[in-house]
Design a protein around this ligand. Structure first.
Ligand code: C5P
Length: 223
């Protein structure tokens, strides 16, 4: 499989989502928002009354997940779960926290692995997540690891939520980010860490266009 893949990994709120969709739009490449798959698993478990502590039941939910990503004319993506538009529902903080819990179940990660690899279709793929460069696409042409301070990420998440019309509290967002970082970095399978061959970009002091320009320059060297 020689489809070029660019991986963007890093903690929540580092700007991966925004930057990945800009890169995908620039190149007209496919986009994988892998976090959405974990969020969808968490939401489906919730909808089916499955406790996230019941690992076998959650793994079954991940295996049989009925999802569809529809790209709209404005390049935004509509996320469908069992025929329902859940684009808004999966962005809730409670679902993000539950996603981080289900993501620590090895059988859930296994169930979602092939589904993620199936996104690598020509002309190319931008893959956004935590383990895109380490586990899902180890042969990616370019691996970026985006970071930013926890405070800056909480500020960005707060702005994002406010724009989406969801009310938020800075202190609780910061705490959630710290708890989620801790869980993502310390889980036994696919912990959040840069691949050995990843380029680490700290975006705390960088604007979105700056980050995109740096990644485009790196990609130009490799394609
Ligand atoms: O990126 P997003 O906030 O949507 O991801 C939700 C959760 O899914 C993360 O906190 C992380 O625990 C999990 N995740 C993961 N591996 C990925 C993407 C997301 O474990 N590749």
């Amino acid at each position: 499989n020689d489809v070029p893949v660019v991986t963007l990994d890093g903690p929540g709120g580092a700007g991966k989502g925004t930057i990945s969709s800009m890169l995908a739009a620039n190149h007209r490449w496919h986009l994988l928002d892998s976090g959405a798959l974990y969020r969808l698993t968490a939401l489906a478990a919730h909808n089916h009354g499955v406790d996230v502590a019941d690992e076998a039941a959650v793994a079954h939910i991940a295996e049989t997940l009925d999802v569809c990503f529809l790209t709209e004319a404005d390049t935004s993506v509509k996320v469908m779960l069992e025929g329902q538009d859940v684009s808004h529902a999966i962005r809730q903080e409670a679902i993000g926290n539950a996603a981080s819990v289900v993501a620590s179940i090895p059988a859930v990660r296994d169930a979602l692995l092939q589904r993620q690899r199936d996104f690598a279709i020509g002309p190319g793929l931008i893959a956004d997540g935590r383990d895109m460069g380490t586990t899902v696409f180890p042969a990616a042409v370019l691996k970026i690891f985006l970071t930013a301070s926890a405070e800056e990420r909480a500020r960005r998440r707060m702005n994002q939520l406010q724009l989406a019309g969801i009310s938020a509290n800075f202190g609780s967002l910061l705490r959630d980010i710290q708890v989620r970082d801790e869980r993502d970095q310390n889980r036994s399978v696919s912990p959040l860490k840069p691949a050995d061959d990843a380029i680490v970009l700290d975006t705390t002091e960088l604007s979105i266009p700056d980050v995109v320009a740096r990644i485009e320059a790196l990609l130009d060297e490799r394609l």
